[in-house]
Write a protein that binds this ligand. Structure first.
Ligand code: FES
Length: 162
């Protein structure tokens, strides 16, 4: 009978241990979740914030009036008379990728028909504002675009470059 009792005791003990480890396990998970959600507060919401700097090429290689797609950074380099502007290729309506239409000399969104000039200014369709642009500079004659810095604007101001 004693052997039976101790067997039952062992079983109860291991059940208790199991319950305890379950409890600690879920407490651990809870703590981990809380820690992660705390971290998320400091995490940049905009994943684009992790973008990098892209050296596009020599400014001299971009003739005035040209619009060049830079697939790697999801933007266009639009060469204007007074410089250039790096335009993020997402439509400001609902985010479709907007192609540059050489035949129309416009960015024309295939989703709902928004149209943008080479400066990014919206001129037709449901787009609420111009194409967003990326911070860019010229370093040693090379166009350098910071894909982590995407800026919205209400309208294109003539002469505005990034
Ligand atoms: Fe471009 Fe709607 S997503 S017009």
């Amino acid at each position: 009978a004693r052997a039976l009792e101790s067997g039952a005791g062992k079983e109860a003990l291991s059940r208790r241990q199991f319950m305890r480890s379950l409890m600690w396990g879920s407490a651990g998970l809870f703590a981990l979740e809380a820690a992660l959600s705390g971290l998320a507060l400091f995490w940049p919401r905009n994943v684009k914030g992790f973008g990098s700097t892209i050296r596009v090429g020599p400014l001299a290689d971009f003739p005035v009036g040209s619009v060049t797609k830079v697939r790697e950074g999801k933007f266009y380099v639009s060469r204007l008379e007074n410089g250039f502007i790096a335009l993020y290729w997402r439509c400001t309506h609902l985010g479709c990728t907007v192609p540059w239409r050489e035949d129309e000399q416009l960015f024309h969104c295939p989703c709902h028909g928004s149209m943008y000039e080479r400066t990014g200014q919206n001129i037709a369709g449901p787009a609420p504002r111009p194409l967003d642009y990326m911070e860019s500079t010229v370093e040693s004659g090379q166009i350098v675009v910071n894909t982590g810095k995407i800026t919205q604007r209400e309208r294109y101001e003539p002469g505005q470059l990034t």
